[in-house]
Write a protein that binds this ligand. Structure first.
Ligand code: MRU
Length: 368
């Protein structure tokens, strides 16, 4: 997608052929800064501190992290260390494990002298593949949007509601949840997006609003608690989110608060769609509530907020009283029964094992 007329991906290889560059998402929407990742440790810090975030982008960054490790030291010991260090950077998004398993399976049988080149090539392929997958999710989701009739006939627009950021910033390009919205907007469909601010890190207010604005998509930021009210008043035609891990049974793990949106959508008969690429499906798990590890993040994300002052500096302020404890589970699981449909690069299916297997029949014999 373009930033002020210049096409960008979220992550790419620099001209020196070794350094990896990524947009620093901790500074958006106030500063647009590109960070250099020169070592595997830089990649690990970028994932852990959310300079890069969003399940598909975490996978792409981990793949480049393996390449950076091989550029420093292509030994078996470094391969094993890089795998372990990167795997521990964030626990919930399964794309991380998928990308690391993929790189390790490719690199381990190769002689060390060939590993650096192979690792960079595979990381670049993973990025290109992600772009194409997300483009197809956009096309498949557009088919669903075309069938919707606005509930508020006076407004003459289709109203989407999204949570967190599952746009191009969360992937390499296009996004998952936002790809159908970009396709609809580009096709001339009058679409407007309610953007959940997504406390505590505000990925909706900071990132989704920024990228929709850069592309000219009409949108309105709302407090996380406003969605149910808007649904009761016919102001939401569909909800669409991304996912960090989807079980083979169709349970969807996504940013904390997604489950409450799904409950409100269910109660109001509003379709709840989830956009996902195949590396986000965890074929080893059926029950997401029981088996998906939920990342617990620092309470400081609740107690402090960063923003731009009237004079243009970035400032961090404390909003909780001294001494109050905070708990910060970063994700929750929406059971499959609350999901109207899954939108993948291969098509649209029911959120169920049968639905997923109808699109991915090659997984039929893989044990849960
Ligand atoms: O903690 P984050 O910002 O990495 O969480 C991101 C999300 O929850 C996204 O919705 C999810 O990764 C899907 S991204 C296409």
């Amino acid at each position: 997608m373009k930033v002020d007329g210049t096409p960008y991906r979220t992550i790419w290889l620099a001209a020196d052929g070794t350094t990896v560059q990524a947009i620093d998402q901790t500074l958006l929407p106030h500063r647009f800064v590109v960070r250099d990742l020169r070592t595997m440790e830089d990649a690990e810090v970028a994932i852990r501190t959310m300079i890069v975030r969003g399940a598909p982008l975490i996978g792409a960054a981990a793949a480049y992290g393996m390449a950076l490790a091989m550029a420093t030291d292509p030994s078996d010991a470094m391969l094993a260390r890089a795998y372990t260090v990167l795997m521990e950077s964030r626990p919930t998004a399964v794309n991380l494990r998928w990308a690391l398993d993929d790189q390790r399976a490719l690199l381990a049988p190769l002689p060390p002298a060939q590993r650096r080149r192979a690792a960079y090539r595979r990381a670049a392929e993973i990025c290109d593949e992600d772009v194409e997958i997300c483009r197809r999710i956009g096309e498949n989701g557009l088919g669903l949007i075309r069938k919707l009739k606005p509930r508020d006939t006076k407004s003459g627009r289709i109203n989407a509601l999204t949570h967190c950021n599952a746009g191009w910033l969360a992937t390499v390009d296009w996004g998952t949840a936002l790809a159908p919205i970009y396709h609809a907007h580009d096709a001339g469909i009058p679409i407007h997006v309610w953007v959940d601010e997504t406390r505590p890190r505000n990925q909706g207010a900071s990132l989704t609003a920024w990228e929709l604005g850069k592309h000219g998509v009409p949108h309105t930021v709302i407090a996380d608690n406003a969605g149910g009210h808007l649904m009761q008043h016919d102001q939401v035609d569909f909800v669409i989110t991304g996912t960090d891990r989807t079980t083979r049974g169709g349970d969807v793990c996504n940013k904390i608060g997604t489950y409450l949106k799904a409950l409100a959508a269910h109660d109001n008969g509003v379709p709840f769609y989830v956009g996902l690429p195949y590396p986000t499906i965890d074929w080893t798990i059926v029950d997401g509530v029981r088996d998906i590890p939920i990342e617990e993040r620092s309470a400081r994300e609740l107690s402090h907020m960063t923003g731009r002052t009237e004079t243009g500096e970035l400032a961090t302020v404390q909003i909780l009283p001294e001494g109050s404890a905070g708990a910060n589970p970063a994700f929750d699981v929406t059971p499959a029964r609350l999901v109207t449909a899954l939108i993948t690069e291969r098509g649209v299916c029911d959120a169920s094992e049968a639905g997923l297997l109808s699109l991915y029949p090659e997984q039929q014999n893989r044990a849960a």
